[in-house]
Design a protein around this ligand. Structure first.
Ligand code: GDP
Length: 180
């Protein structure tokens, strides 16, 4: 079964996004406690594909040892999973480009892992400012990357961007089927 993984810094809104995509309250647990997803969770969407909830990175309150183990687990999962079709990297649309996100994105690019960016919490800025910030964030990648990944602007609160993300997953599924 094809897998689609979701990752981002703690509190970025990952559980809320997965909830929105699943359209099934309570399927992915949202929590006010950052860094709660310690293990990799799988969400079965239908017979063809999974959503995979990866642990948040850059959670300062974890010990160095736990953080290292998590990074090890995340990177081996991403690099050694033939059924992993795409990684969705979540970014809070209010934030400027942070080092930890940038390093992760660069690592995905260097490793040849297909990925795209999902900006979250767009409702906190409104549509115009959200788009502006997202474009600025993407633009900052151009110092290193010629070809930019696709990106989506979402709000789990306002149920925005759901169809865009799901259509993108459909599109990948179709191209994988055709390649078979
Ligand atoms: P996770 O740690 O990345 O899984 O983040 P959560 O999904 O648990 O969300 C962290 C906090 O951000 C919670 O208080 C959510 O209610 C809030 N949040 C998540 N998505 C949105 C959104 O689209 N809009 C707003 N306004 N708040 C959000």
């Amino acid at each position: 079964k094809t897998e689609y993984a979701f990752i981002g810094r703690s509190n970025v809104g990952k559980s809320s996004l997965i909830n929105m995509l699943c359209n099934h309250k309570g399927l992915a647990k949202t929590s006010a406690t950052p860094g709660k997803t310690l293990l990799i969770n799988h969400f079965i969407i239908n017979n063809e594909w999974y959503l995979v909830d990866l642990p948040g990175y850059g959670f300062a309150k974890r010990s160095k040892t736990v953080q290292k183990q998590l990074e090890q687990m995340i990177s081996s999962y991403i690099l050694q999973r033939p059924q992993l079709a795409n990684v969705f990297v979540l970014i809070d649309v209010r934030h400027d480009q942070q080092k930890i996100d940038r390093e992760f994105v660069d690592w995905l690019g260097e490793s040849g892992v297909p990925f795209c960016i999902v900006f979250t919490k767009a409702d906190k800025l409104g549509p115009v400012k959200a788009r502006m910030n997202a474009e600025k964030w993407m633009h900052a990648l151009e110092d290193r990357w010629v070809e930019l990944p696709p990106y989506f602007i979402t709000s789990s609160e306002k149920k925005l961007g759901r169809d865009d993300v799901l259509d993108y997953i459909d599109q990948i599924n179709k191209s994988l089927e055709e390649a078979e």
